[in-house]
Design a protein around this ligand. Structure first.
Ligand SMILES: Cc1ncc(COP(=O)(O)O)c(C=O)c1O
Length: 383
């Protein structure tokens, strides 16, 4: 697979490539500019060629593939009745908080946070509780466990939306961190809605740990959301899965989604199966490429734009950039959009901690990263 190939996405209804004006290099929304594994493209071709697109079932064998994957990767035993499909993880965690909360309850999540985390409680008339991660002097984000527990015990928190690997900081939480979080949630009867959409994109020989796999009692309070969408770059197909091992919670989730959210469409699940079944070689190459992109970016900021500090992405293809050191008089997202024609996410969309930050997507050919850095550097020189 040639990850350096520049594929024109401008005329493909891509959100990323059509949001800004045409001369802006889009480095924002979290999909990648790479062609998906050939197994995915071929499976979709074959299904489309059949020409009949009536109501479908999940493809035979998909559940077995997922069950095997959970066992092989995480030593986690999952059975078919504990698994369901969901057309997107945002849909999934919106359903999850509705399944576990009553009016007046609160939902906690770590910030800076993926923007839909703020909205999920709002949409369901629940209270959103932001739990800020803190940044140490080296720029590493850590969980403030005391604050987390204090917020849970002082408010009516019934659900925790965990994001691991974390968007936007790129943290991949360690076993010790996950154990502490789980222990607090167990103690306070908080259900964990674990968004693990970035689970396959971790670097430097790190291993992702699903929080539910820590222990059976943790699994009993957890709903785990995963997907092939980031991993194999098929986000637009909206195939994802949820694992709920507590039978009562599983029933509540299924009751909440009834009549509202069906399984993903037939093409999405065909693509998911092909990706999980035969995408491993592509994924290993993608991980190598993404890790090299991350390393390259870090070095460029350090050498050429030292006023920007990039959080070390342990996972995800997202770079969280602290622009405080630039001393800009305006919002950095606006500055780089207008003066450098580089379109990134505004850090403020991720919560108050995102002031003076931008999020850059590095899931793109290196040439795009080079162009972005060059444009940003030149814009700063013109100041
Ligand atoms: C943490 C996180 N959750 C969910 C999503 C989107 O999930 P979906 O497209 O499956 O709704 C994203 C996409 O960027 C994400 O970063």
């Amino acid at each position: 697979m040639n990850f350096n190939e520049m594929i024109d996405r401008q005329n493909t209804e891509s959100v990323k490539w059509n949001w800004f004006e045409k001369d802006v290099l889009p480095m924002w929304v979290a999909d990648m500019d790479f062609r998906s594994p050939e197994s995915v493209v071929n499976a979709l071709h074959a299904r489309v060629e059949h020409g009949v697109f009536g109501y479908g079932l999940p493809p035979a064998g998909l559940s077995e593939i997922l069950i095997r994957r959970m066992h092989e990767r995480y030593g986690w035993q999952v059975s078919e009745s504990e698994l369901a499909y969901v057309p997107g993880i945002v849909t999934g965690f919106n359903l999850a908080v509705r399944a576990v909360c009553q009016p007046g309850d609160a939902v906690i999540f770590n910030t800076p946070a993926y923007p839909p985390f703020f909205k999920a409680p709002q949409y369901a008339n629940l209270t959103a509780v932001a739990n800020p991660l803190y940044k140490d002097s080296s720029g590493h984000y850590e969980i403030d466990f005391d604050l987390f527990e204090h917020q849970i015990s002082s408010q009516q928190v019934k659900a925790y939306i965990l994001c691991n690997p974390q968007n936007p900081t790129g943290r991949v939480f360690t076993r010790t961190e996950l154990e502490k979080l789980a222990e607090i949630c167990l103690r306070h009867n908080v259900i964990i809605c674990s968004d693990e959409i970035h689970c396959d994109i971790v670097y430097d020989q790190r291993r992702h740990i699903p929080i539910a796999s820590l222990a059976p009692e943790v699994s009993q309070i957890t709903m785990t959301f995963m997907a092939p969408s980031k991993t194999y770059n098929i986000a637009g197909l909206h195939a994802s899965e949820v694992i709920i091992q507590n039978a009562e919670l599983n029933k509540r989730y299924r009751r909440t989604r009834a009549g509202i959210s069906e399984d993903p469409n037939i093409l999405a699940l065909v693509a998911a199966k092909a990706a999980y079944e035969a995408g491993e070689e592509w994924l290993q190459q993608a991980l190598e490429y993404l890790q090299a992109n991350r390393n390259w970016l870090e070095a460029q900021f350090a050498q050429r734009i030292p006023g920007i500090r990039m959080a070390h992405a342990e996972g995800t293809f997202l770079a969280w950039l602290d622009c405080t050191g630039l001393g800009l008089e305006e919002n950095p997202q606006k500055f780089f959009l207008e003066k450098a024609r580089v379109g990134m996410n505004d850090g403020l969309d991720f919560g108050d901690e995102g002031a003076l930050h931008v999020r850059m997507n590095f899931g793109t050919p290196r040439a795009n990263l080079e162009l972005a850095i060059q444009r940003m550097e030149s814009a700063l020189m013109r100041l």
